[in-house]
Ligand binder design. Structure first.
Ligand SMILES: [Cu+2]
Length: 170
C-alpha cells in the first residue's frame, strides 16, 4: 500500500511538472536491439522519452510499447546513459549519466536523484511507462536510454545486461 501511494504521488508530481513546465525535447523511435542474432522481448518495441524542464530540475517520462507480451509483469531497468546507441555495441552508450560526475562534485553518489532512472514494468498489452523527477538538467549530447534485463539495484545502479537502446540526442 505504501508503494502504491508513493507511486501515485510520483505520478502527480510528474503530471504537474508536465503541465507547468516547458518540453526541452521529445524523442520517439524504434528501440535499437543490442543482440541482432537472437530474439528478445524488445525486438519490435518502440519508445518515447520526454524531457521537461521545470525550475531547477527535469521530469523525464518514458513510454515503451510493442514489447513481447511473454514478459508482461516483469520490470526492466532503464536509465539515461552518457553515450549514443550503437548497433550490437552495448558498451558504446557508456555509463549512467550522473549529475555529480558531470558537475565535478567531490563525491559521486549513485541514486535516483543523481541519475535518471526509468525502470519500466511491462503490462498485459506489452507497454510500460515510468517517470523520474530530478533536480538537475542533463547537459546536451549524443546520449541514450538503455533498457536492461533486470530491475535497477538501488544500491549500485546496476541492472544486468543491456537489451535495447533509445537514441536521445540534443
Ligand atoms: Cu543503464
Amino acid at each position: 500500500m505504501a508503494g502504491l501511494l508513493a507511486f501515485s504521488a510520483a505520478m502527480a508530481v510528474g503530471s504537474t511538472a508536465i503541465a507547468a513546465g516547458a518540453v526541452i525535447n521529445r524523442f520517439s523511435d524504434p528501440l535499437r536491439d543490442y543482440d541482432t542474432t537472437s530474439a528478445g522481448p524488445f525486438d519490435a518495441a518502440t519508445a518515447r522519452l520526454q524531457l521537461v524542464g521545470h525550475g531547477a530540475g527535469t521530469t523525464a517520462v518514458l513510454h515503451v510499447r510493442g514489447v513481447d507480451r511473454s514478459v508482461s509483469g516483469r520490470t526492466f531497468g532503464a536509465h539515461l546513459h552518457n553515450g549514443a546507441c550503437g548497433t550490437d555495441q552495448p558498451l558504446l552508450a557508456g555509463g549512467h549519466y550522473n549529475h555529480d560526475a558531470h558537475s565535478g562534485a567531490p563525491k559521486v553518489v549513485i541514486s535516483d536523484q543523481t541519475e535518471v532512472w526509468l525502470d519500466v514494468t511491462v503490462d498485459a498489452s506489452g507497454a510500460g511507462n515510468s517517470n523520474s523527477v530530478v533536480r538537475f538538467t542533463p547537459t546536451a549530447g549524443a546520449r541514450s536510454v538503455v533498457i536492461h534485463a533486470k530491475p535497477t539495484d538501488p544500491a549500485t545502479g546496476g541492472a544486468g545486461d543491456r537489451l535495447a537502446c533509445l537514441p536521445v540526442e540534443w
